[in-house]
Design a protein. Structure first.
Length: 402
C-alpha cells in the first residue's frame, strides 16, 4: 500500500532565484544540481510494521499517527512532499533480515520507521548500522537498539524495555509488595522487562519467588495460574500486550486471582483495558503515557486522532506521532535537505519534542529521556496516579556513542 500526499505552492524557480549560487556553479550529479534534487524530490518514508496478527492494532495506530502528524504539517516539509510506503512486517523475525535488506537496497528510503517486535527491531538496527539509512523505532523496546547496536543514524521515539520496567520495582515496594511472581512472554522484550523490574525490586529488598516465561505468542495461561495461586505472592508483575494481554486479564479474573493478588505490569492494559472489561479494573502499570494526562497537546491529540481514525489514542499512537515530529524538526532545520545526512542527524538529535506524553529530549544514544507514570485502570481508563520516576534516561549499555 502506498500513500502519497503533497503541499501546494512550491516554486522551483523561486528556490533557484533565492540561492546565492547559480545553477552553473553548483556540484552537478546525474545532470542536476545535488542541492536542487535534495529539495525538490519527494521524501520517502518506509514504514515496516505489523498490520496482521497479534500486534496489528499497534502497527495501525503507529502508522496512522505518523501520517497524521505529517498531514498536519501540510503533507510535507520545507517544500518537499512526503511519500509513505507501508510494509506488513507480519511479525516474522526469521524473514525480516532478508526483507529489510531488500527494502533498503531497492527503495532507498530517506527514513525507515519500524518495527513493533523487538526481535525484528534488533535486525533492523544491525542492517541500518551498515547501510546508513536513518532508522526511527516507534515501538520495539529491546535495550540493544540504543545499546550495543546504537549508531548515529538510529533513533527511538518509544522507550527501552529497561526504561518502562525499572521504575516499577520502586512502585511495588512503595505499595508494600515484598513477594512477587514474574510471568511474561518469552522473547527479547519480555525477558528484558522482567530483568529491569528484578533489578530495582531486589535492590530495594523485594523477593522474586517465581520466574515464569511463557511461549510467545500463545495465550494459554490457566496452568500457570494454578502454580501462582499455590505460591500466594503479594503481587504478580507481568508483560503481555495486544490480544494476549486481554486474554491474560480475563483468565486471571476467571481464576479468582484478582481477589487476593495485586496485578502490575507495563503494557498489559494499554489499548486493552476496555476490551478486557472489569477484568482490567484496579491493575497498575508503569508507562511513559496515560490517556488522562492533563496537558493541552494530549487533549487535542486524542480528539484529532479519534476523528481521523475512529480509534482511541494510546501510547503506540503517541510514539508514531512523535516519530513524525522528529522527522519534521530535523528537516526544518536543514531546509529539507536529506543529502547532507550528518547535518540532518545533528538536527534530529538536538530536537525537543512537546509530546502528548510530556516533553521528551534525546540521550546521546538517541533514546528518549522521559517521565514514567504510574497508572491504574479506573472505569476502563488508565488514570495517571503520579510520576513514578522523572526524566528517566536509559543506561544504553554497550553503546559507543556515550
Amino acid at each position: 500500500m502506498t500513500i502519497k500526499s503533497s503541499i501546494k505552492g512550491f516554486d522551483r524557480r523561486t528556490l533557484i532565484k533565492g540561492s546565492a549560487l547559480s545553477v552553473a556553479s553548483l556540484a552537478i550529479t546525474g545532470g542536476y544540481p545535488s542541492i536542487l534534487r535534495a529539495t525538490t524530490t519527494p521524501i520517502k518514508i518506509g514504514i515496516f510494521l505489523p498490520y496482521t496478527g497479534t500486534y496489528a492494532k499497534l502497527g495501525s495506530n503507529i502508522k496512522d499517527a505518523l501520517i497524521l502528524k505529517i498531514e498536519e504539517n501540510g503533507g510535507g516539509v520545507s517544500g518537499r512532499k512526503v511519500e509513505f510506503v507501508n510494509i506488513d512486517s507480519e511479525m516474522n523475525v526469521s524473514k525480516s533480515t532478508e526483507r529489510i535488506n531488500k527494502l533498503i537496497l531497492r527503495d532507498k528510503f530517506d527514513f525507515l520507521v519500524g518495527p513493533v517486535h523487538s526481535g525484528i527491531g534488533m535486525n533492523m538496527a544491525r542492517i541500518a548500522r551498515k547501510s546508513g539509512t536513518i532508522l526511527i523505532v516507534p515501538n520495539a523496546g529491546a535495550n540493544e537498539i540504543t545499546g550495543k547496536f546504537c549508531a548515529p543514524n538510529i533513533f527511538r521515539t518509544s522507550f527501552s524495555s529497561w526504561q518502562t520496567a525499572y521504575p516499577a520495582g520502586k512502585v511495588l515496594l512503595e505499595d508494600g509488595m515484598k513477594r512477587v511472581v514474574l510471568i511474561y512472554w518469552n522473547y527479547a522484550f519480555g525477558k528484558q522487562t522482567a530483568d529491569a523490574f528484578r533489578e530495582s525490586f531486589e535492590k530495594g529488598g523485594g523477593r522474586i519467588i517465581a520466574d515464569i516465561p511463557t511461549p510467545f505468542p500463545k495465550s494459554e495461561f490457566q496452568s500457570f495460574f494454578t502454580k501462582i495461586a499455590a505460591l500466594e505472592p503479594d503481587a504478580v508483575f507481568t508483560f503481555y500486550s495486544g490480544g494476549g494481554a486481554i486474554q491474560f486479564m480475563k483468565d486471571f479474573k476467571r481464576a479468582g486471582l484478582n481477589r487476593r493478588i495485586k496485578l502490575y505490569s507495563t503494557f498489559l492494559t494499554e489499548g486493552t483495558a476496555k476490551a478486557a472489561g472489569d477484568a482490567s479494573e484496579g491493575i497498575r502499570s508503569t508507562l511513559h503515557y496515560a490517556t488522562t494526562l492533563k496537558n493541552s497537546m494530549n487533549e487535542r491529540f486524542k480528539s484529532v486522532f479519534l476523528k481521523k481514525t475512529g480509534q482511541e489514542a494510546d501510547v503506540f499512537a503517541v510514539q508514531g506521532y512523535d516519530a513524525g515530529e522528529l522527522i519534521i524538526q530535523g528537516l526544518k532545520r536543514t531546509g529539507g535537505d536529506t543529502v547532507s545526512q550528518k547535518r540532518l542527524i545533528e538536527a534530529m538529535e538536538s530536537s525537543k519534542i512537546q509530546s502528548p506524553r510530556g516533553e521528551i529530549t534525546f540521550s546521546k544514544a538517541h533514546n528518549p529521556i522521559q517521565d514514567i507514570y504510574l497508572r491504574e485502570v479506573i472505569n476502563g481508563e488508565n488514570e495517571m496516579i503520579k510520576i513514578a520516576m522523572e526524566k528517566v534516561n536509559d543506561p544504553a549499555l554497550g553503546c559507543e556513542l556515550i
